[in-house]
Design a binder for this molecule. Structure first.
Ligand SMILES: NC(=O)c1ccc[n+]([C@@H]2O[C@H](COP(=O)([O-])OP(=O)(O)OC[C@H]3O[C@@H](n4cnc5c(N)ncnc54)[C@H](O)[C@@H]3O)[C@@H](O)[C@H]2O)c1
Length: 341
């Protein structure tokens, strides 16, 4: 799977669409997407949504279907989503289900969307308080990336995105892990975006339907998703990547203690790095029992078991690893204690 990030390449992939319906994040400058579309395309709809986890709902998808109907979106119309992962997940889902699927293109405006959410075709909305329970696979026809668009992204959201980039480094290989673990400055991120996006694209092209290797991208996410969902339920939302950062900490400890074989020295360097980036984040109030309740509904589970991803080494993830509540409880307490230290 190749990712086309250049503006000219992006535009050339859009030239066959004469009608474009744009949905953009309200926090991103209006119409900034304009130079990225073919000059003769007709804009049949413009809609702004305030991005955030709350918009990933069936109700919001329905409101987009109504919007598509009002704008006369048909199978020859392109839907262009401009925003972070919440926008690409929601709009991707709405477009993939409208008239059994209309084409979509993404202009991601957050780090998470640039290196992760916009790539690979997964989209979805949350349901019954659980992340991404309803969704489809629907690949975008083009993805365009302009790192300058991150200039307005708040620092907390940049750290959130950086956590997913750390994850990509950890599962990609030793050199990649060492590179990301050495970063201590947000200013370095733009130079690392392309390599991080390439990790995701490579894994997705090897296993588009997540029957094996793609599961490694879930490193830190079973715990991260539960933490994220819990934080929303308690009215104190934690950005996706920040929750994943704590989940990565848990996964590193578990990869040492539950027999995957990750060397202690590797886990320690990973934890030191995570602690640096999360030092200003208040420790989550997330009792193990409440976390476990959510983890049991994780869509990656099978056979009634909570299935996890561990690391044997940097770049050597193993997946479908069953996790028991007793082990989770013990290691979750240890994770919190490690970050509190
Ligand atoms: N589909 C996938 O494969 C996949 C992969 C990873 C994450 N995700 C999903 O992505 C979501 C997280 O993505 P996210 O962090 O991009 O979230 P987001 O879309 O909620 O964006 C974070 C915040 O940044 C704001 N924002 C966006 N672009 C901005 C800009 N350029 N300047 C200023 N503010 C801006 C948004 O309004 C929002 O408040 C989660 O729902 C997660 O589940 C999906």
């Amino acid at each position: 799977m190749s990712i086309k990030t250049e503006r000219n390449e992006f535009i050339s992939r859009l030239t066959r669409y004469k009608r474009i319906c744009v949905v953009q994040d309200e926090r991103f400058e209006p119409e900034k997407w304009h130079p990225w579309i073919p000059h003769d395309a007709q804009i049949v709809g413009r809609k702004s949504l305030v991005g955030g986890e709350g918009i990933k709902s069936v109700e919001q998808a329905e409101s987009l279907w109504n919007h598509f109907a009002a704008c006369g979106v048909d199978r020859g119309t392109l839907v262009l989503a401009v925003g972070g992962g919440s926008i690409t997940d929601l709009v991707g889902f709405a477009a993939s289900t409208y008239k059994r699927g209309v084409d979509i293109a993404f202009l991601p405006t957050t780090i998470i969307a640039m290196v992760d959410a916009a790539i690979g075709g997964k989209n979805g909305v949350n349901f019954h308080g659980i992340k991404n329970q309803i969704g489809t696979y629907h690949l975008p026809v083009a993805i365009g990336i302009d790192a300058g668009w991150l200039d307005t992204l708040p620092a907390r959201e940049q750290v959130s995105g950086w956590m997913e980039m750390l994850k990509h480094g950890m599962i990609a290989g030793e050199a990649e892990a060492e590179q990301v673990l050495g970063v201590r400055d947000l200013a370095q991120i733009p130079g690392l975006l392309a390599a991080s996006a390439a990790v995701k694209a490579r894994i997705v092209s090897e296993d588009p339907r997540e029957s094996g290797r793609r599961k490694s991208l879930n490193l830190g996410h079973t715990v991260g998703h539960a933490l994220e969902a819990l934080s929303h339920a308690e009215g104190n939302p934690m950005p996706h990547g920040i929750a994943v950062g704590f989940g990565l900490g848990f996964s590193l400890l578990a990869s040492v203690e539950l027999g995957a074989g990750l060397p202690v020295v590797a886990a320690e360097s990973g934890l030191a790095c995570l602690k640096h980036w999360l030092q200003h984040t208040p420790l989550p109030h997330a009792p193990a029992a409440a976390m476990w309740e959510l983890m049991q509904h994780d869509k990656k589970n099978a056979g009634g078991e909570v299935l996890e991803v561990w690391l044997r080494e940097w770049g050597q993830p193993i997946w479908d690893q069953p996790l028991k509540f007793e082990d989770f409880q013990r290691l979750w307490l240890k994770t919190i204690a490690t970050f509190a230290d």
